[in-house]
Design a protein around this ligand. Structure first.
Ligand SMILES: NC(=O)c1ccc[n+]([C@@H]2O[C@H](COP(=O)([O-])OP(=O)(O)OC[C@H]3O[C@@H](n4cnc5c(N)ncnc54)[C@H](O)[C@@H]3O)[C@@H](O)[C@H]2O)c1
Length: 458
């Protein structure tokens, strides 16, 4: 069967897999291939046990796989056969050399550009899907055109705004799709090719275009604004605890102002995920690079408040549980950085688990989707850690439960049964404010939410 377009995506991760599955699902006339250097990941994409959990993902992958969606390790062949290449490789924070701990590590990106240059035999449109520092497209174009082999490469920026846990819904019905291009005749022509792909299922007014630098920067700024709202309400949660106010009541009153809006105003133990921290630090690094110290300091504050909130959570536990956690069993309800994903990258639960071990507590971790990743995250931590799928079994014999992830199931458990099985006095630290605190208090728990007065029996 011949297809209208051959689309390749390099990088079969949390972004590459779901975005390409959606294109294949919506556009059966295109052949979509996703390649990765990690053979294990590709084998998982070709099995019933996908490498990532997203509600609704397995259904669309199964329907399109083998029809017009393919997962492969054949990067070279994929490059040769495609007209459009999405690049969705990881861009973590640099851990070495200049900019360590702040700048984006572009080695995977650089390597990909060189691979594309080496194996290309025809003109191509290259689409930046990864989140990148502003001006990366320029560097990419320089690498691609340095071979001087007569092949034309047009680089577009098309940052991905999906949120893990709701990726399929976000891809199917996005608030917007952003496409940045150079404003040359060729750049605009390439942009129109990408607009046409998205137009298969997204309304024209939701597909916005811009210059390429604005597009690259918009992704960093979008994540910085989202994280800033969380840090803002989390900073106020600390004040609420001192001032006997209730952060949910404050958030409700503030969020009902239509200029502010109500979303992303839930106080918690802190934000996690692979993107927020790295993208803000990347923004901070860019500002420092351009000598904008005040701007850099302003955004760095968002990350500092997040670190402060996580540490505050631990110090509260320690203080409330009579200043010692040594030998106490503490159960973490959830390890994923948010509900409906198995992703644990930068999850506050990693920090909390490590700090509890430092305090010589015994840690029991339960999570419906993230236990495998939790084991990897904590494999080098020396201390008593156990991983138990069933939350009833996990909490039995524990002195405290700390809610780390807002999984819906944790709201539906039989807490009378859990209370009976725990050591007394029994504590609940609700790091996501998802439980019915009054009810838990009546059962006998000492309950400590975020940003509200604790409910205690002593
Ligand atoms: N995870 C999210 O929610 C999210 C949302 C929006 C944007 N992003 C951005 O998208 C990018 C990818 O993120 P992710 O979460 O999918 O990362 P990921 O680590 O899950 O996936 C990246 C994949 O790229 C592969 N890879 C690296 N170099 C390669 C190469 N040379 N050839 C082939 N494959 C290669 C890796 O093996 C890995 O499987 C990042 O820039 C991230 O900031 C992520």
């Amino acid at each position: 069967m011949s297809f209208e377009k051959n689309i390749l995506c390099i990088g079969a991760g949390y972004v590459g897999g779901p975005t390409m599955a959606m294109i294949a699902h919506k556009c059966p006339q295109y052949r979509v291939t996703v390649v990765d250097i990690d053979p294990e990941r590709i084998a998982q994409w070709n099995s019933d046990d996908l490498p990532i959990y997203e509600p609704g993902l397995v259904e669309i992958v199964k329907a399109a796989r083998g029809r017009n969606l393919f997962f492969s390790t054949e990067v070279e062949e994929g490059i040769k056969e495609s007209e459009i290449i999405f690049v969705s490789v990881n861009t973590p924070t640099k851990t070495f050399g200049a900019g360590a701990g702040m700048a984006a590590d572009l080695q995977y990106w650089d390597k990909t550009a060189r691979q594309i240059r080496k194996h290309s035999e025809s003109n191509k449109i290259i689409v930046e899907k990864s989140t990148l520092p502003v001006k990366t497209a320029q560097a990419m174009e320089r690498i691609l055109t340095s071979a001087d082999n007569g092949i034309r490469f047009d680089v577009l920026s098309n940052p991905e705004f999906l949120a893990e846990g709701t990726a399929i819904k976000d891809l199917e019905d996005p608030d917007r799709v952003l496409i940045g291009s150079t404003q040359t005749r060729e750049g605009l022509k390439a942009r129109d090719v990408l607009v046409e792909i998205y137009s298969n299922w997204i309304r024209a007014e939701r597909i916005i275009t811009s210059n390429i630098w604005s597009s690259e920067l918009s992704k960093l700024v979008a994540n910085a604004f989202l994280a800033q709202r969380i840090s803002s309400i989390n900073s106020i949660s600390a004040l609420c605890e001192k001032a006997d106010a209730d952060v949910e009541e404050v958030a409700r009153a503030v969020g009902m102002d239509s200029r502010v809006g109500s979303r992303f105003l839930s106080a918690s133990v802190g934000f996690g995920g692979s993107c927020f921290k790295k993208d803000i630090l990347n923004l901070v690094y860019l500002c420092r690079y351009y000598d904008l110290k005040e701007v850099a300091d302003y955004w760095e504050g968002v990350v500092k408040i997040n670190d402060y909130q996580k540490e505050r959570f631990i110090l509260n536990m320690l203080n409330i549980m009579f200043n010692t956690l040594a030998n106490k069993r503490i159960c973490l309800f959830g390890f994923a950085f948010k509900a409906d994903t198995g992703d644990t990258r930068e999850s506050p639960a990693i920090f909390v688990a490590k700090r509890l071990i430092e305090e010589k507590a015994k840690v029991v971790i339960t999570d419906p989707k993230a236990l495998k990743n939790a084991m990897k995250d904590l494999r080098d931590v020396a201390g008593e850690i156990s991983y138990v799928e069933d939350p009833y079994e996990a909490s039995a014999g524990c002195s405290a439960i700390a809610v780390m992830t807002e999984w819906k199931i944790y709201g539906d458990l039989d807490y009378k049964k859990i209370y009976r099985s725990m050591a007394k006095p029994a504590f609940i630290f609700d790091g996501r404010n998802i439980l019915d605190h009054e009810k838990l208090f009546k059962i006998g728990f000492n309950v400590f939410p975020i940003g509200k007065p604790g409910l205690t029996h002593f």
